[in-house]
Design a protein around this ligand. Structure first.
Ligand code: NAD
Length: 494
């Protein structure tokens, strides 16, 4: 059942280069199909190497002109805040677009994604005129200034799971610091990135400073990562492609490469967990949020053997709350999987869980709340062992793997036995156990007695193959600025 408001919606899928919406140079397009019900949303510019080159040239010219990079930080701040205000003013439009394009429930698209993207843009705008540089404590005959300056042209490549938020985490600090940006959104969810760039332009970010080139990874992403005039590439996506990004940076101009990659995050519940109901709600709610399509989803649940049965009994009672529904309806909490390819991928992992001997406790099948859409039931496997595929590989769908452990040393060993190191959680009332286990876990973020604490003020990123560098917080400015030392000789007359 479609919401009537969407029936007449039309979308502009053209690229935005140098302040203008334009078709791909060779006129090619690809179809944007909604996973909500299979409807065609629009034809999107299928950009390739020539379009990327045009966008990079526009970005370079804008950077060299200093019309943005040379602006006083306080002035850039004012424009960034106008940009954030415009995002909020268009929240209904952007939320509906995000839902139709990638399938998440519209209530979260508006309440979480639009708000977080606007907040991120505002936060970096507000921060940029409060950053001071340094003077080194050298001897009296010289002054050594340590300053940070914009790196230049920043290429950004993002995935489809939180299209606006992933874009904002990178473009906001990059733009606030004075860079020009070329953003390649995912081919599975390109529409809101294009609208963000329209809004940025209208808010006063000069033409050429923020360009968006939709297209496929190998056709548009690779030329961006390989481009000789891109100074920095900021990527969020799979570990497989992230590794290629570092290679491409090395093969070309040694551009700075920052990667936010996959995860298989452990959520560890000890028998002395202070609030079992809260732990159950967090475990279930966090794996099923965004249809399980979250890099930091706690997809490996470790429950101490003595409380596992009680824990799972409570968890199973919550599963019906997460049955997929029409994402356009306000009551829906779990929406559509982004497309048929990803749905097939999730079903393949469910098949592997069954064939490798895990015990299916809930879900495991397709769902059809809306004809023509891509839906799967929330799924829980018990009896998962560390060598099973569903304990090792990122599924990126609503599938929870439940494992068990005997003591702290055992669970830390199991939790760290992963190529990933994005997030983790530990639930215990014992302060020594909490600190000890949190320190021993190899992850960029560790939660204690919670899972979903989040704030723009804290860094986000991973250890090991979960990536290189951090998004969010003031630390993100490090990625988009170069450090310069300027020695000034002082021949003092006194
Ligand atoms: P993906 O790696 O397939 O694609 C990500 C982006 O890279 C897309 O824009 C895609 O077009 C582009 N791309 C693909 N091949 C490319 C190539 N050869 N050269 C250049 N660009 C290329 O990932 P996805 O399926 O879109 O997203 C899911 C992945 O993203 C998951 O692994 C998830 O964990 C990860 N992710 C990580 C974070 C984080 O902050 N760590 C956040 C969100 C998602």
């Amino acid at each position: 059942m479609n919401a009537p408001a969407t029936a007449t919606q039309t979308y502009d899928g053209r690229a935005l280069i140098n302040g203008e919406r334009i078709a791909a140079l060779d006129g090619q397009t690809f179809d944007s199909i909604s996973p909500v019900d299979g409807r065609l949303l629009t034809a999107v510019a299928r950009c390739g190497e020539a379009d990327i080159d045009a966008a990079v040239r526009a970005a370079r010219a804008a950077f060299e002109s200093r019309r943005w990079s040379g602006m006083a930080p306080a002035q850039r701040k004012r424009i960034m805040i106008k940009f954030a205000d415009a995002v909020l003013a268009h929240s209904d439009e952007l939320a509906l677009m995000e839902t139709l394009d990638m399938g998440k429930p519209v209530k979260y698209a508006k309440g979480v994604d639009v708000n977080a993207a606007a907040n991120c843009i505002r936060w970096y705008g507000e921060a940029v005129d409060k950053v001071y540089d340094e003077i080194a404590p050298t001897g009296p005959n010289a002054l050594a200034l340590i300053t940070r300056e914009a790196v230049g042209v920043v290429g950004v490549i993002v995935p489809w799971n939180y299209p606006m938020i992933m874009a904002a985490w990178k473009i906001a600090p990059a733009l606030a610091a004075g860079n020009s940006v070329v953003l390649k959104p995912s081919e599975k969810s390109p529409l809101t990135a294009l609208r963000l760039a329209d809004l940025a332009l209208a808010a006063g970010i000069p033409p050429g400073v923020f360009n968006v080139v939709p297209g496929y990874g190998p056709e548009a992403g690779s030329p961006l990562a390989l481009h000789m005039d891109v100074d920095c590439i900021a990527f969020t996506g799979s570990t497989r492609v992230g590794k290629q990004i570092h290679v491409m940076a090395g093969q070309s101009n040694l551009k700075r490469a920052w990667t936010e990659l996959g995860g298989k995050s452990p959520n560890i519940v000890f028998a002395d967990c202070p609030d079992l109901d809260r732990a159950v709600e967090a475990a279930v709610g966090s794996i099923f949020f965004n249809q399980g399509e979250s890099c930091n989803a706690p997809s490996r649940l470790f429950v101490e053997a003595s409380i596992k049965d009680a824990f799972l009994e409570k968890a199973l009672k919550l599963v019906p709350n997460f049955q997929p529904g029409n994402p356009l309806e306000k009551s829906t909490v779990m929406g559509a999987i982004v497309d048929q390819v990803q749905l097939d991928n999730v079903m393949r992992y469910i098949g592997l869980g069954n064939s490798e001997g895990a015990k299916l406790l809930a879900g495991g099948s397709l769902a059809t709340p809306v004809q023509g859409g891509c839906y799967v039931q929330p799924t829980i496997f018990d009896g998962v062992t560390p060598e099973m595929t569903i304990a090792r590989e990122e599924i990126f769908g609503p599938v929870l793997s439940v494992l068990s452990f005997t003591d702290a040393a055992d669970v830390v060993k199991q939790a760290n036995a992963s190529v990933y190191g994005l997030q983790a959680a530990v639930w215990t009332r014992d302060i020594n156990k909490a600190h000890g286990v949190a320190r021993a876990l190899r992850a960029g973020t560790v939660h204690v007695n919670s899972y979903d604490e989040d704030d723009i003020t804290v860094p986000f990123g991973g250890f090991k193959q979960s990536g290189v560098g951090r998004d969010k917080s003031m630390h993100a400015f490090d990625k988009y600025t170069e450090m310069k030392t300027t020695w000034i000789k002082i021949d003092s007359p006194v």
